[in-house]
Each structure stands twice: as C-alpha cells, then as structure tokens.
Design a protein around this ligand. Structure first.
Ligand code: ADP
Ligand code: MG
Length: 684
C-alpha cells in the first residue's frame, strides 16, 4: 500500500499526494483535477491484460505482452544518443530491450543473470524483436508480483506517466472508506455501492468493464444527477440574471458582409438571427453553437461580436490553446481592421509590455474586442463594459474563471461554440437552461475529402503525391499522433518524419510543431505555415482543433489506428476547407484490431460528424485508442450524454428525493462532481 503523507484527506489539494510537486499540480489542474478526491473520479480509459506471460518463442511483432526471462547481457552505449541494450532469454527465445534513459539509482539493477519481468509492445528492430522502454520489474526480488488484475491506463497529458497515475490512485484509494455514498439507500439493491464501483474500476477489474458495467453506470448516474442538481440550485440561487440588451445596428454587419469573399449560408444566417434575438434581451444568453468541423462557426462569432461592438460593449473571445487564440486573433484583425476596429490579443506568453498595453485599453474601454486564452480572465484583467463572452472549442471553463468573469462587471452574454454533436433534447434535460443552435449545412462547393487508408509500408509512394500537391501550390499537413506515456517516443516519431521528409523532398520548406515547444515557437511555426512560407507542416495532434489554413489540401496521419473517430474527424477537418479537392491519407501499422479496422472504414465512407459521433460511441469500449476526450461545454468525467441516455429518465425523481430527504447530500453531490467546473447558471 502506498505510504501517504500525513494529513491526506479527500478534500486536500492534489499537492498533498506523494510525488506531486508544483509543476504537476499545474498539469493536474489543467486536467481539471484539483483535489485528492478528483483523482478517484479520474477513471481508466482502458486496461491491459498483463497477467499472462508469453513465451519468447511465441511472441509476435506488434503484440503487447508480458514476458519473463533472464538478462543475458547489458550494453551501455554512449554515442550520439545514449542507450542501453539488454538481451533477455527465457530458454526458448530471445528478445532485446532498448532503453534511452535510466534513472541513476536503477542502473545497478540491470545485471546479467537477473530475472526480469517486462511488459511492452514488440517491434521488429534491426536485430530481431525488441521492446523499447517496457514497464519492468526485477522478478528475483521478494516483493515481485506479477499482476493479478487488469492493469488500468489513465487519460493523461504530456509529462505524466501511467506509473505516476497508478501511484496517485493507490494513495487516493487508501481514503476510499471516508468517501460518502449519498445514494446508497436510494438506489435498487442491484446497483453497486460507490466505493465498490470505484475500487473495481481502478484496481480489481478482471474483465474489461464496459460502460454498461454497473460500476460505470453507478458513477455516470451520479454525475448526471450532479449536473441536474446544479442547474436547479443556480436557478434558485438568486444570482442577478440581467445582462445588457445588445441591440446592435446593421451598419457594421453590412460593411463586414460586403467585404466577405462569400455569402453566409442559410444555416449561418439562421443561427445568427437566433443569437441576435438573444443578445437583444436583458436575460443573459447561454447558447451553445454546434456545427460540424468546417461549418463556419467563426463567422457566426463575428456576427455576434459586431452586434456587441455596435451596441458599445466589449467582447472577449477565448480559445483553449495559444495556437487557436492566435488564429482567431489574425482572423478577426483581418476582418475588423478595415472596419476601423482594433483587436487585442492576450495570452500567457505575451511580453509584459504588450500585456500592459492591452490591459489598459480594455480597462479604459478603448479596445472593443480581445482574443486570447484563459489569460483573458485572470487577475488584473478588467473590462470597462464587457457585454459578450465567446468561447471557441473550449471544454473547460472552471468556477474560478467564472467568478473572475463576474467580477469583471455585470453578467455578460455567453456563446460557446463546439463541433461535438449533442442532441438537443439531452442538452435540455441535463441543462434545462442551455439553448442550442445548430449549423446543419456546410458552406457550398465543398468536395468531401477523399480518404485513403494504407499500411505504413507504402509511405514511400506518398512522396510523388506530395510533390504533385506542392506543384499545384497547395500545402500539406503531416500528423504524428501522441504516443501514450512517452513524450520521448512522440517527439522522436515527429522528428524522424520531419528528417525523412526533408531528405525526400529537398528544397521544400518544412516546418515542425509539437507540444513541447514554447508557445512563441509554436506560434512562429504556425504563422510560417499560415502565410505559405512553410509548405509542409509536420505536427503532433496539437493541431487537432480549429486550425484553419484553407490552402492545405493534403493531410497524412501516421498511426491512424491509434486515434479515435472523433479525433480523426477533427484532424481531417483541417483540409477540404477551400474549393480544391483535398485528400486525407490514414497510415496504419498492421496488424489492425477489428475495431481499428472498422474505425478506418468509417472514416473512408463517412464525412458527417453526427454519423461519426454515433459510430464512435458504438465502437468505444473503455478505450482501445487514445484520447477519448470529449469536447464541448458538456464535458463529463464519466457519463456520456449519448451513451447514457437511458439513465436520464431516472434523474428527476432521484433528484427530488435527495432534495427532500437530505438537501446537504444534494449539495455535496454537486460539489463532488462540479466543484471546480461549469456552473452554467453563474456564467450567464
Ligand atoms: P469551424 O466551424 O470548424 O470553426 P471555420 O469558421 O474555421 O469552421 O470555417 C471553415 C472555413 O470555411 C473557413 O476557411 C471559412 O472562411 C470558410 N467559410 C465560412 N463560412 C463560409 C461560407 N458561408 N461560404 C464559404 N466559405 C465559408
Ligand atoms: Mg473553429
């Protein structure tokens, strides 16, 4: 059992966990994990079976498995790239293990003659089969224990390993008995208790618990209940519900439209009208604008912004990442400067001087529109007359930002834009006061992106195709997905492709952008691609959402089999934005699992985000692939509004009962699930 720091409580900050320093606290908070208790509700996205040891004579390339053997030799190479090469044998076969880094304290353990257990993916290397950075334990130690249950994998972010997650979860689980179960006597007896459910999902699953498993359902039910209760609470809370009525005018919009190279579509016009009607009222708008990737949500945001500006109010336009914020900034500058309106830009990485100038202009009211990241709502940012907040592709907007936002003067209107399809009825059930607008048609003239699926071995054939695209004056994205747990491998993959492409296409300007770059470097790389100076952009999935470079007409995605449908759809949406025929090539490494095969087929056959979301849901077990992350305002930890539709009809009665019998428990449920998060009532 993990040793806990003294005084570890469920409500302690995550910094109370052993091994969590200030940098990790920040990372965890970015994942919306603030308290020790939140770690308990951070559930595995998939599991691996490491219980069976596979004889080395029987292992196959591409297989992920556990092996056990004797270390034959350990070779430490110090060349250009330091590495350790370990030969392992179990009598029947041999395997090489390759490590690129090794903690100093561990070096002494790697000795010939010792017995080693390890788990990892087998690759065919130069010298036969190898495992790169497997998870390992010395099997001749008395404390060695082969896993007895499935091994959980947690949704993670750059810089947090699975081993760290497991240690933190183990610490949090020591407090499980202190976790109150508010629904214990209020659910039918066949439902597991909260504690039993959590324990099973984290540490004792013997077969992969599907989302229909009672343990999942128990948690999903409570989360949906929490959202429902939160809406009821805020309705009764007496928070002032009055925003400035923004009537706008028509002249700014007319001037704007006259300069557009295209006419807004009927679908855009319709949602613009819905939004304008909302803005003209004193009731603060809370509207979710949903539109598939590439449907033109930014234009709708512009219409809303112009209405607010023309009414004499300020607009804050927030994006989840600096890359996106910068894109919005450039786009809005291009749109608004000809109308003699300035656009500000506030992100963490701006120089103190630029920041100060923007802040002054906002506080004095000189600046009407500001784009940026969360930095928009931080300390020291004051608005003279904030009338409208627009959030693009944002999935998290915590209580803290909201409180700060409210302090910035009155209750602004709120527009949240997302590509995630959320059925209107479901949105209404859980968030009775959230209005939904849908852009249900793409701009005219789009030809569907031609999608090809091919094994990675055919990569050399792509060069000719790429040359052709470049000769036509078009640009190319080359995407290398994040490799779970290993930033090093991820970077290596992106860098390797970058180097290969440079060698194969001499004289072509190729850029590289990845999550480990500093914000300013990322921005520089993106700008160079946007302006056309860079013709091919090699990127990790940092470009997933929102990036808009219409001249790009080819996207190649490596390891497409590792990505979920939602992510593939988002990525593919980066091409096919102009008039020209665009293509997306999905490269995969065989062997493909049945589900991965189906996903790739769905991508080839379908372009409709709604169909893809439904398929995604059908296929999504606790996850065979990375990034089950949802986007959109309705982000949940456990529940899924599409999948758990059947739970919804239980919610109102359960809420009534809890409120009647134990109002404190009702409040505690909200606090548990939403303590740090969305609280729609308060944002407006
Ligand atoms: P998303 O909804 O994914 O945010 P964007 O707003 O980035 O989509 O728009 C995608 C592309 O479509 C942009 O290049 C934009 O200029 C273009 N676009 C938007 N509206 C129209 C329209 N009515 N007609 C033609 N092109 C449009
Ligand atoms: Mg967008």
């Amino acid at each position: 059992m993990a040793v806990t720091k003294t005084g570890l409580y469920l409500q302690s900050s995550v910094s109370a966990l052993r091994g969590v320093g200030p940098a990790l606290v920040q990372r965890l908070q970015r994942m919306d994990l603030w308290r020790v208790q939140d770690i308990l509700f951070h559930l595995p996205s998939r599991y691996q079976d490491r219980r069976h040891i596979v004889p080395l004579a029987a292992v196959q390339p591409g297989q992920e498995c556990a092996v056990l053997g004797e270390i034959i030799s350990v070779e430490h190479q110090r060349g250009r790239r330091e590495q350790w090469l370990v030969a392992l044998s179990d009598g029947g076969g041999r395997l090489r293990i390759r490590l690129f880094h090794m903690a100093a304290a561990q070096r002494g353990q790697w000795q010939a003659g010792r017995r080693l257990w390890c788990f990892g993916e087998l690759r065919s290397g130069f010298h036969g089969l190898e495992m790169v950075h497997p998870e390992w334990q010395m099997a001749d130690l008395p404390q060695f224990q082969a896993p007895r249950h499935l091994t959980p994998f947690y949704p993670s972010c750059d810089g947090i390993t699975q081993a760290q997650w497991r240690r933190w979860v183990a610490q949090a689980l020591t407090l499980l008995d202190a976790l109150p179960d508010y629904l214990e006597h209020r659910l039918p007896p066949q439902w597991p208790s909260l504690r039993a459910g959590l324990r099973l999902l984290h540490e004792s699953a013997d077969e992969i618990p599907s989302p229909q498993h009672p343990a999942w359902q128990r948690l999903a039910l409570e989360e949906l209940l929490a959202h429902h209760l939160a809406v009821r609470q805020t309705r009764q809370s007496g928070i002032p519900q009055s925003a400035p009525a923004l009537h706008g005018g028509t002249s700014l919009w007319e001037r704007f439209r006259a300069r557009l190279p295209f006419a807004p579509t009927g679908a855009q016009e319709r949602v613009i009208a819905e939004i304008k009607a909302d803005l003209a009222r004193h009731l603060p708008m809370r509207r979710l604008l949903q539109g598939d990737v590439g449907s033109g949500k930014t234009l709708v945001a512009a219409a809303a912004a112009l209405t607010a500006l023309e009414s004499g109010y300020q607009v804050a336009l927030m994006a989840p990442t600096e890359i996106l914020a910068e894109q919005l900034y450039m786009r809005f500058r291009q749109w608004l400067e000809p109308l003699d309106r300035d656009v500000g830009y506030l992100v963490g990485s701006r120089s103190p001087r630029a920041r100060r100038e923007t802040l002054e202009a906002l506080a004095s009211g000189r600046l009407g529109l500001v784009t940026g990241t969360q930095a928009l709502f931080q300390e020291g940012v004051t608005f003279a007359r904030l009338g409208l907040v627009i959030i693009d592709e944002q999935h998290r907007f915590g209580v803290e930002q909201r409180r700060q936002l409210l302090e910035k003067g009155g209750m602004p209107h709120l527009l949240v834009m997302t590509a995630t399809p959320i059925p209107r009825t479901l949105a209404m059930t859980v968030h009775a006061d959230l209005e939904v607008s849908v852009i249900d048609a793409l701009p005219p003239g789009r030809t569907p992106v031609e999608t090809l699926v091919m094994p990675d071995s055919r990569r050399p054939e792509l060069i000719g195709r790429m040359q052709h695209v470049l000769e036509e004056g078009r640009q190319i994205y080359w995407v290398c997905p994040l490799i779970e747990e290993s930033e090093i491998l991820e970077l290596q993959a992106a860098e390797a492709s970058f180097t290969d492409l440079r060698a194969a296409l001499p004289g072509v300007a190729i850029g590289l952008v990845h999550g480990r770059m500093r914000a300013a470097e990322k921005a520089e790389a993106m700008d160079a691609f946007q302006s056309g100076a860079v013709r091919i952009l090699v990127a990790t999935t940092v470009i997933e959402v929102g990036v808009d470079v219409p001249n790009a007409s080819l996207m190649v995605i490596e390891h497409a089999e590792r990505l979920g449908l939602a992510q593939l759809h988002q990525l593919r949406g980066r091409v096919g934005r102009g008039m020209q025929q665009s293509s997306c090539i999905l490269l995969y490494h065989p062997p493909l699992s049945a589900k991965a095969r189906t996903r790739l087929r769905v991508m080839r056959e379908t372009h409709d985000g709604f169909v893809i979301a439904r398929k995604d849901l059908e296929l999504r077990g606790p996850g065979e692939y990375l990034g089950t992350r949802q986007t959109g305002i309705l982000q949940m930890r456990v529940a899924d509004l599409l999948r758990d539709e059947s739970l919804l009809d239980k919610i109102p009665a359960l809420a009534e009962r809890l409120l009647r019998e134990d109002p404190d428990a009702a409040r505690a449920v909200v606090q548990r699930w939403l303590g740090n998060r969305l609280d729609y009532g308060q944002v407006g």
